[in-house]
Design a protein around this ligand. Structure first.
Ligand code: SF4
Length: 362
């Protein structure tokens, strides 16, 4: 029997699952800063902000950022009026900076095209910058109670186990989405989605799921077979090729030489110390030859060790060189001096924070 046919065959005995799931949620829901109290409608701004922040980041990491954003920009109108630089600065450290740009672009669009109110349909939401199918479904269900089921990693895991879906991700996504929708009751779509998210985060965990506590354990196909941890099936991962480069940490008294990355591309618009290109198999000498032009620097000091960082599609290894230049040395074109004391306020991505810390022995 195919994975699809087998999963559908199990539908016959699942009729009260949505009710069991909601009853469990009412007792065990997680309290999260962006979540409405029981029985209250969630604020679309909070739901949207949290969903964008949570993409590829953990609840624990997002918490402080969410609070910071909310106290600085309490609604979408305030965020839409903020400068992109301020938003990027506040986002620094959360990674995936295109999300911060889209966050800002989306707030501007909600303000200018929708009078400061988020559209209340999946279709309307999907037309906004940075809102893909998952985020649109999550906001529509949670903030507007539209009858739709967003499928995130947690829900994928629960559903693929419940139905023992043999097809591997990512090909299995449409089937998982279809089966996830069977867990929606006639009402409370947002709560059903959040119940599944919570179940995946707290009970149906990747390792050692606590099946004895699961409200769906009676008819979970993977549990019955005893191979829950093997779901969801995944196609083997391709890891990117290691890239190598150099970072140049130049100080002038209490100041550091920095520049801004191009607006488009990886870490677009973020601040960095000058550096070489990041290329697979690049030799150290070739990277060093791309040092910034500073006539007063006759010799670069190479720091022991390397800084490593893993981006989604490639790992990176940076050799760090340092130099100290006399007062009044001019910054090369396109670069500037910033006080070391205020580096925390600069929009450095994590990889640069690591390189600077390595170069300055912080
Ligand atoms: S019974 Fe176990 S494997 Fe099945 S959904 Fe519940 S926690 Fe997950």
């Amino acid at each position: 029997m195919s994975s699809r046919a087998a999963a559908k065959a199990k539908l016959s005995d699942q009729t009260n699952r949505p009710a069991r799931l909601l009853a469990w949620y009412d007792r065990h829901r997680r309290r999260l800063p962006w979540r409405a109290e029981a029985g209250e409608r969630a604020d679309p701004y909070r739901v949207w902000l949290s969903e964008i922040m949570l993409q590829q980041t953990t609840v624990r990491a997002v918490g402080p950022y969410f609070e910071k954003f909310l106290s600085r920009w309490p609604d979408v109108t305030a965020l839409g009026r903020a400068s992109l630089d301020d938003v990027l600065r506040m986002w620094a450290g959360l990674g995936y900076y295109s999300r911060a740009r889209n966050l800002h672009a989306c707030a501007v669009a909600v303000l200018s095209d929708h009078g400061g109110a988020f559209p209340d349909t999946e279709e309307g939401l999907r037309a906004l910058p940075g809102i893909g199918p998952y985020t649109a479904a999550a906001i529509a269900a949670i903030a507007f109670d539209r009858r739709t089921m967003p499928v995130d990693g947690n829900i994928e895991r629960v559903v693929s186990r419940l139905y023992a879906i043999e097809e591997a991700l990512p090909q299995a996504k449409p089937l998982i989405k279809e089966m996830a929708a069977t867990l929606l009751g006639p009402s409370r779509a947002g709560d059903s989605a959040q119940a599944l998210m919570d179940l995946g985060a707290t009970i149906c965990t990747p390792k050692k799921p606590a099946c004895a506590l699961c409200p769906l354990n009676d008819d979970c196909a993977a549990r019955a077979r005893g191979d829950q941890e093997t779901f969801p099936r995944k196609a083997p991962k391709k890891s990117g090729t290691l890239r190598r480069g150099a970072a140049f940490v130049v100080t002038r008294g209490g100041e550091l030489l920095v520049r801004s990355r191009p607006e488009k591309g990886l870490l677009g618009g973020m601040t960095e110390v000058p550096g070489s290109q990041w290329l697979a198999g690049q030799a150290d000498a070739a990277a060093l030859a791309q040092a910034p032009e500073l006539k007063c620097v006759t010799r670069w000091h190479r720091k022991t060790g390397v800084v490593t960082h893993v981006f989604t599609h490639f790992p990176l290894e940076l050799v760090v060189y340092t130099a100290s230049v006399p007062p009044r040395t001019r910054a090369p074109e396109g670069m500037r001096w910033v006080p070391v004391a205020t580096l925390d306020g600069e929009a450095f991505p994590n990889v640069m924070r690591k390189a600077i810390a390595h170069g300055l022995d912080l």
